[in-house]
Write a protein that binds this ligand. Structure first.
Ligand code: ZN
Length: 180
């Protein structure tokens, strides 16, 4: 950030009095521009034995598969965000279930949350951010083509829980990807 989004004056990056971390500070209007982690919220829509995945039409990870998910908007609940993203990316209507995974991703300052969900009908199609939307059973999951590690982890929990018929909420955190 170089300029104040409130008044347009140049900002300085420094530790404000009484604070512990450097912030973008506007000395013109006095605003301190805090930057905080972002929430990414999605759904894991089920249709019988199969689950719905979207093939991404945008970067990052263009062409890879993911659950419908995206950045939470202001003034909505996490549940609303999950349903909205599913409608936007897969044009699919769902009945939302329980919150299923919450994964901290501190190296990129994000928290990823996925809800379980039941697909209400088969009238889905790719939204503008998707190339393709399809249902997969466990044997068909393109594990090497999953866009994000948090999504792959959520899918692994799902199939493990389904196999053992012991559903629970999974909270974890992941670090930076290992260097190749
Ligand atoms: Zn300002």
């Amino acid at each position: 950030m170089k300029f104040c989004s409130d008044c347009g004056a140049p900002v300085e990056f420094r530790i404000p009095p009484g604070d512990a971390l450097p912030r973008h500070v506007c000395d013109s209007c006095g605003t301190i521009h805090y930057q905080n982690p972002k929430l990414v919220v999605g759904a894991l829509p089920e249709w019988g034995e199969r689950i719905l995945l979207c093939k991404r039409a945008i970067e990052p990870c263009y062409g890879k598969w993911t659950l419908p998910a995206g950045f939470m908007e202001n003034n909505e609940t996490t549940a609303q965000a999950a349903a909205r993203e599913t409608l936007e990316e897969a044009c699919a209507r769902i009945e939302l279930g329980e919150m299923y995974t919450l994964i901290d991703v501190p190296h990129i300052s994000q928290v990823h949350i996925v809800y379980r969900a039941r697909l209400l009908d088969l009238d889905f199609r790719p939204g503008v951010e998707s190339l393709e939307v399809a249902l997969f059973d466990e044997t068909e999951i393109p594990w090497d083509e999953i866009a994000f590690r948090t999504i792959a982890l959520t899918l692994r929990h799902f199939f493990d829980d389904r196999r053992t018929r012991s559903w629970s909420f999974h909270r974890s955190s992941i670090g930076p990807p290992a260097k190749p």
